[in-house]
Design a binder for this molecule. Structure first.
Ligand SMILES: [Zn+2]
Ligand SMILES: [Zn+2]
Length: 161
């Protein structure tokens, strides 16, 4: 399940090209990077670096592990991806062409549920205003157990009794 995408003027690839070209020392957009950007933005998902390495390998893409790690850092810096730190590791999420949202993370099965809340946004605006602070980003992760895991757990409990 994913949220509705936000219309953007550029493709992720052209935004990334622009970022590379505007570096103090302009960088080349390589074929490996093109394959990786295309794969990452083909579908919305939350993924870990190691998972992406496995998937690219399975898809027959020849992108080296070092390139993947380096490019992930650049994609975050370019505003295309954002990092979400979880107790289990770092997860990457689309940050371009996708609406601002927060996450519920199931500690049993690892599912990440996205949600948007106007009320939370309003509270954050009040808090930042009270501190004359100009907020640019926030990360909110609520950990716990999802509906499916809760249901499975109550079935197990019923069987024990
Ligand atoms: Zn779960
Ligand atoms: Zn997300």
């Amino acid at each position: 399940m994913s949220l509705a995408s936000v219309p953007v003027s550029q493709t992720p690839e052209s935004k990334f090209r622009e970022y590379l070209a505007s570096r103090p020392k302009p960088q080349r957009f390589t074929e490996q990077q093109r394959e990786m950007v295309e794969y990452v933005f083909a579908k919305h998902s939350h993924f870990e670096a190691e998972q992406l390495i496995d998937e690219l390998k399975k898809a027959g893409k020849k992108v080296s592990r070092a390139t993947i790690y380096r490019t992930l850092l650049k994609l975050v810096d370019a505003g295309l991806l954002r990092r979400i730190e979880l107790p289990t590791g770092t997860v990457y999420d689309h940050d371009y062409g996708y609406p601002a949202h927060d996450h519920l993370v199931c500690e049993q099965c690892g599912t990440m549920i996205e949600f948007q809340s106007e009320q939370i946004e309003a509270v954050l605006r009040d808090v930042t205003a009270a501190h004359q602070f100009r907020g640019t980003a926030h990360t909110l992760v609520i950990r716990g157990t999802c509906a499916a895991c809760n249901a499975a757990r109550s079935v197990k409990r019923r069987m024990v009794m």
